[in-house]
Design a protein around this ligand. Structure first.
Ligand code: PMP
Length: 421
């Protein structure tokens, strides 16, 4: 299948990470998925910790979500016109995400971020944006940027086809290093439209914000009249029903969402304070539109997902328990190999590193080779981690203690194997 895929699709895939290149393996082709498990086209079953990269907090093909999608499909799959589910979804997002007073639905996280940046520039009448090394915000041109050669400077394109001119408006700071942000503001503060950050980094593996980091960003952006954007595409409805902003009690001006709010269908959203959101077309002068935006199938799945979460007051503490169990299992199995686990609730990653991993630099200094071997060993035994150590692992509400026990069991076997050389 992969050979055929490569004939018709570049690299055989529709998104690079699926190619399993980072572990020097060939991708799996999924036949079906249910709850915590995936089945590939060779009928091999895996316990899945990718969960569509965090989109599936209830697990695969949750019965009630599937039922809602079916019901909606009978009523039409896309209208390109207003419908009631849009209002209901907006109401739910505003109810739960503390800083959001109005919201616009789009079709991906990339689109949400791209639009949020446009809005921040329009609101402030400024050009520059600040992002952090190691944070990912989708693949729009201005955000495909890595740190330049001088540690703190204008960024460099991280993809061919992105011009230096475009990224010359993007400054790159260091995650968890508020001094690096202050330096940028000292120099360019009057022209910085916004700072965009993953409030919990999930795209260099999980890196938690140090105490004071998010608060510091809030303070400095306020001081200079810049906007603070929290990219909660992963963390929204993942770390708490109120997102990371509710969990850490730091409120941004604009929030981007995706993944969970689409219940496993394509989605994105951006929202914020009323006076900012009212700049969006047709009410205001910031153009942004979408044929399939607010798609009824997506919203049926997303609304059901949020309502299932809402119904269970212990939803996040149960996920936290599973997460803790997994974390302790990893530490006990791999403790001899200097493993460090970074976790918040049901998102976690582990690094082979002597030091605590709280920065991009330390992520980059961790040992990737052991991870590759572990990935392969687990894969052979029917457990699917992310093929890269620089992605979060996700536990869903459909994972069981037995799933985690089985996973930890193979971590232990791997550890033994490694010790025996
Ligand atoms: N922001 C963050 C924090 C993400 O993790 C991602 C995707 N993993 C995106 C934006 C882009 O979302 P999408 O892939 O839906 O375009």
């Amino acid at each position: 299948m992969f050979e055929m895929a490569k004939k018709y699709m570049s690299g055989g895939v529709n998104s690079p990470v699926r190619a399993f290149k980072s572990v020097e393996m060939e991708p799996i082709f999924v036949k079906s998925a249910r709850k915590s498990k995936l089945i590939d086209i060779n009928n091999k079953e895996y316990i899945d910790y990718i969960q569509s990269w965090g989109a599936l907090i209830l697990g695969h093909a949750h019965e009630e979500v599937v039922e809602e999608i079916k019901k909606q499909a009978e009523l039409g799959t896309s209208y390109g016109l207003c419908h009631e589910l849009e209002v209901e979804m907006a109401r739910l997002i505003v109810k739960h995400i503390p800083s959001v007073e109005m919201v616009r639905m789009v079709n991906s996280g990339t689109e949400a971020v791209m639009s949020a940046i446009r809005l921040a520039r329009a609101y402030t009448n400024r050009e520059l944006i600040v992002k952090f090394e190691g944070c990912y915000h989708g693949h729009s041109d201005g955000l495909l940027v890595k740190a330049g050669s001088g540690a703190l400077t204008f960024g460099m394109p991280s993809s061919k086809g992105v011009t230096e001119k475009i990224v010359s408006n993007t400054l790159v700071a260091r995650y968890n290093d508020i001094e690096s942000v202050k330096e940028l503001f000292d120099k360019y503060g009057e022209n910085i439209a916004c700072v965009i950050v993953e409030p919990v980094a999930g795209n260099m593996g999980v890196v938690l914000p140090k105490q004071g980091f998010l608060e510091g960003l809030r303070e400095i952006t306020k001081e200079y009249g810049s906007l603070l954007i929290f990219d909660e595409v992963i963390t929204g409805f993942r770390v708490s029903i109120n997102g990371a902003q509710g969990y850490y009690n730091v409120l941004p001006d604009i929030t981007t969402l995706g993944k969970i709010i689409g219940g496993g269908l394509p989605v994105g959203a951006y929202g914020g304070r009323r006076e900012i959101m009212e700049l969006v077309s047709p009410q205001g002068p910031v153009y942004q539109a979408g044929t399939l935006s607010g798609n009824p199938l997506t919203l049926a799945a997303g609304i059901k997902t949020i309502k299932i979460i809402e119904k269970d007051p212990d939803f996040y503490s149960k996920l936290d328990e599973l997460g803790k169990y997994f974390e302790e299992g990893i530490v006990s199995a791999l403790g001899d190999f200097d493993v460090k686990v970074n976790r918040i609730k049901s998102m976690l990653s582990f690094f082979f590193s002597k030091q605590e991993v709280d920065s991009y630099e330390k992520v980059m200094n961790s040992d990737v080779e052991i991870y590759k071997k572990l990935f392969k060993y687990l894969y052979e035994n029917g457990i699917l981690l992310s093929p890269s150590p620089f992605e979060s692992l996700f536990i869903s509400a459909s994972h069981t203690k037995e799933d985690i026990e089985k996973t930890v069991h193979y971590f232990e076997k791997f550890s033994k194997k490694l010790k025996e050389g």
